[in-house]
Design a protein around this ligand. Structure first.
Ligand SMILES: [Fe+2]
Ligand SMILES: [Fe+2]
Length: 189
């Protein structure tokens, strides 16, 4: 039973989140289109359900929606750009300065080889990397005959070298079983 529902948090911040969604829907790369953000939200919810670490969930949900918005403009360095784009919107909406800083921190270090500086950053990064196993992503990529080269390269190190939190490592095992089931059905249909 989920004790904290991300949907309520999304509704609370719908104005800034809507801006992110409209941008994400313009991303055509099947690996990072809107479905990927939904996978990340889903994995983050699963981590929180195991252990919420006292994280600021308002910050976490907003940051997840915004973490890849910068990809619309650039791949390399999109982590920093996404955090800057969100900062601008939050400031326009008069969010508290410390909250803006916290969101900035949560987004900036989500690349696989970066070390997040906050708990919100660790949950976001882990959920983003668990989304390597996200069914939405695999479905989209297979449908578009898109090679998952980058993911295939990182997958062997995902559990032991890339994920930060123990709860994420447990979720890796569960997600891997779901992915194998999905792929089995895909090749045998
Ligand atoms: Fe990203
Ligand atoms: Fe991402």
């Amino acid at each position: 039973m989920r004790n904290i529902n991300f949907l309520n948090i999304k509704n609370k911040h719908i104005k800034v989140i809507k801006v992110a969604i409209s941008q994400l829907k313009k991303i055509t790369d099947p690996e990072h289109c809107y479905g990927h953000t939904l996978d990340v939200l889903d994995f983050a919810q699963k981590i929180i359900d195991k252990n919420n670490y006292g994280a600021d969930l308002d910050c976490l949900v907003i940051s997840i929606f915004w973490h890849d918005v910068g990809r619309l403009h650039q791949d390399k360095g999109h982590e920093l750009l996404s955090s800057q784009l969100l900062e601008k919107v939050l400031k326009e909406e008069k969010y508290d300065k410390n909250f803006v800083k916290k969101c900035n921190n949560a987004i900036r270090f989500h690349k696989w080889n970066m070390k997040p500086k906050s708990i919100e950053g660790k949950i976001l990064k882990d959920a983003d990397k668990l989304a390597f196993l996200g069914i939405n992503r695999w479905k989209n990529c297979l449908k578009n005959d898109y090679k998952l080269n980058e993911i295939m390269k990182l997958l062997p190190n995902l559990k032991n070298k890339i994920l930060c939190l123990n709860e994420s490592k447990e979720l890796y095992d569960e997600a891997m079983i779901d992915l194998i089931k999905f792929l089995y059905n895909y090749v045998t249909k």
